[in-house]
Design a protein around this ligand. Structure first.
Ligand code: 9Z3
Length: 325
């Protein structure tokens, strides 16, 4: 999370920091295949293909990045994000007619299966009298709904899922997805709900093997992760509609920090949320207004209202921008 107040990095310094981040990162596994999948998905959902089924493409990022402390990683820094917001939002975007590139933390919540009870995968099934495996009656309707909706999204080419674990993988994937989406101009959207570490250990200064405790207390210097939101805006997809999130634990500084992020990174929207209430309430912040969105009923998703509003704002943006694109 952003801790340094007023620490500004010039554009030249940013480009330099980004270059050294990517140069020192371990190579992204399956990079060529990811690039190909993303390019095909974007093309199929762009007007260029002539038969686009979606009204736009949104890259939803979800879950938390890890920061490895050793190259042969035994230990890492992590954060609390479960990926529920990203998974729920993906479903609502698809309902609204979008195609979604879902960039998610391995093992985090997934669209369409987030209703399936946690820890009880094995409880969903039973062995019938003739030794066949079947879904228990108690869960049948939830499982059926999840399977149908999931397959309809994937088979309809409206959902592409790309997993990450580390901060390196997350930013390398974003570096592939964003330039690929730039051909969509204002029809592309970024919805950056992932909780991205602000600090990392550069690969070349990272211990190769497991850090030993015999050496006494551990002193470790973490480097700041370059502000990729600025890169996204300046270089990778300058005309896209960009939504980022600001999380704080102190309600007294939340709005001020979110408004500063909106200006500093030239986002179209910043969604402000507070740790204690983030499942029930978010505040959507734009240049013109702040809109508080609350969960409508116990167990309902705050994302339903949030995505509806964002879709409206995005379509206004396309309309204004479209004349010049
Ligand atoms: C968020 O604020 C998300 O809403 C949550 C969602 C992580 C709270 P869950 O995955 O939680 O449903 O459990 N995401 C962004 C958090 C973040 O790291 N923002 C940075 C910051 O606040 C800016 S990129 O400085």
């Amino acid at each position: 999370m952003d801790t340094a107040v007023g620490f500004e990095v010039s554009q030249g310094e940013l480009f330099h920091d980004v270059k050294s981040f990517f140069e020192s990162a371990p190579p992204l596994k399956g990079s060529d295949s990811i690039t190909q999948k993303v390019n095909e998905f974007v093309y199929q959902n762009s007007q260029l293909s002539g038969n686009a089924k979606s009204i736009g493409v949104v890259c939803v990022t979800s879950g938390g990045t890890t920061v490895p402390l050793e190259q042969r990683c035994v230990r890492y820094i992590d954060n609390f994000s479960s990926g529920h917001r990203g998974a729920a939002s993906t479903e609502y975007f698809i309902n609204c007619g979008y195609a979604v590139i879902f960039v998610y933390r391995r093992g985090s919540y997934q669209p369409y299966s987030r209703y399936i009870p946690e820890d009880s995968f094995i409880d969903l099934f039973e062995v019938s009298n003739n030794s066949e495996i079947q879904v228990c009656n108690s869960h049948a309707s939830v499982v059926k709904k999840a399977i149908k909706e999931y397959h309809s999204a994937v088979d309809g080419r409206l959902l592409l899922k790309l997993p990450f674990t580390t901060i390196f993988e997350y930013l390398q994937i974003l570096q592939v997805v964003a330039p690929s989406m730039s051909c969509l101009g204002p029809c592309g959207m970024f919805y950056l709900a992932a909780a991205v570490s602000d600090f990392y250990v550069p690969w070349e200064s990272m211990a190769k093997h497991k850090i030993q405790s015999a050496a006494g207390p551990l002193d470790m210097r973490l480097t700041q992760v370059p502000k990729m939101l600025r890169m996204l805006r300046l270089e990778w997809a300058p005309s896209a509609f960009c939504v980022s999130f600001k999380l704080e634990t102190d309600p007294g500084i939340l709005l001020q920090k979110a408004e500063a992020a909106l200006r500093k990174h030239q986002m179209n929207v910043v969604v402000a949320n507070e740790l204690a209430t983030y499942k029930r309430e978010v505040i959507l912040i734009t240049n013109d207004e702040n809109i508080r969105i609350r969960q409508q009923n116990e167990g309902g998703d705050v994302e339903e209202q949030l995505i509806k509003l964002l879709v409206k704002k995005h379509s206004n943006y396309i309309e204004c921008f479209g004349k010049d694109f």
